[in-house]
Write a protein that binds this ligand. Sequence first.
Ligand SMILES: C[C@H](O)[C@H](O)[C@H]1CNC2=NC(N)=NC(=O)C2=N1
Length: 96
Amino acid sequence: MVPTRLTDTQRDAALAELPEWRLRGDGLAIERKLAFADFAEAFGFMARLAIHAEKVDHHPEWRNVYNRVEITLTTHDAGGLSLRDVAMARAIDAML
Ligand SMILES: C[C@H](O)[C@H](O)[C@H]1CNC2=NC(N)=NC(=O)C2=N1
């Protein structure tokens, strides 16, 4: 099933519940920057998130430099933000 893109009102309500996440400039994605103690901690987190992403069939865009992980969530199939991104952001927050 193709996910539905959130309306601006739905997006703003979701973001209000996700204070660690920022809306990207174009409004089509949310972003969070994380810092871990070292590379092993960062990569361990990425491994756990990768397993979750496979389970729910929703995948982050991310960049890792040593202990830092920058994550972007968007739904390609919806051309912007969907409830899948909100659920993924919540799951990430709960993993930390
Ligand atoms: C076929 C497969 O279900 C789709 O390509 C899924 C996989 N993971 C995905 N991840 C993200 N972030 N957006 C998608 O639209 C998406 N679609």
